[in-house]
Design a protein around this ligand. Structure first.
Ligand SMILES: [Zn+2]
Length: 209
């Protein structure tokens, strides 16, 4: 194979890889805790893994909490591991209405000025002073995925969710590139319901500009 042929073949393979559907993960409401907050809510009990998530090292723990707001509460909300440097509660807009709080749309970790909420475990209660967000929809990917898809960390892209007759194109999907991550789009339950994504045939595709 000469150089020209090789380049054509590589570019064909890349085009095909670009067409592959992006795995879609629907994030139900969940909680991340700092080590200190965890120790207060689950004294003397190490966090334990119930089920691994697609992203390497991330897991759903056996531990659940109740989120209590001024208007209502949400029970059995899953704690995700591992523990983090700051506690963060990710809910949908529908959940925020149930709780009676206003939660801003934010990227994970961008918690300045966010509201708090009360967390209740079987052992203790804790009033978080901040950390409640509605997560900005995003796609995790490795640097290789980013190269193939021709996007960079921090880009905002459009993604078509092809599930059923509620097919939707989501704009403003944040691209998150990290060597620790694999290709997966994360949307919340409100977005999944709006797009008919509770369907085994669902797939997500980048809308090329
Ligand atoms: Zn995510």
């Amino acid at each position: 194979m000469d150089k020209q042929e090789l380049e054509t073949t590589v570019s064909k393979v890349l085009d095909e890889m670009r067409e592959r559907p992006i795995p879609l993960g629907v994030s139900n409401r969940h909680i991340h805790l700092s080590e200190d907050d965890y120790a207060r809510l689950f004294p003397g009990q190490p966090i334990s893994e119930k089920k691994g998530l697609l992203q390497p090292g991330q897991f759903a723990s056996d531990q659940t909490l109740t989120i209590v707001g001024p208007k209502g509460q949400l029970k059995n909300v899953r704690l995700l591991g591992p523990l983090r440097s700051a506690s963060q509660v990710e809910i949908s807009r529908t959940d925020a209405r149930t709780l009676g709080i206003t939660a801003p749309l934010r990227m994970s970790g961008d918690l300045a000025g966010t509201p708090g909420v009360r967390l209740v475990s079987p052992f203790a209660e804790l009033d978080l002073t901040s950390g409640v967000i509605v997560a900005q929809r995003h796609i995790h990917m490795s640097p290789l995925d980013a190269l193939i898809l021709r996007v960079s960390h921090g880009d905002s892209v459009s993604v078509a969710i092809e599930g059923d007759a509620r097919r939707l194109v989501f704009d403003n999907v944040a691209v998150r590139v990290s060597p620790d991550m694999c290709l997966e789009m994360h949307i919340d339950t409100d977005e999944a319901n709006a797009a008919g994504a509770d369907n085994p045939q669902v797939c997500a595709r980048l809308v090329m500009p």
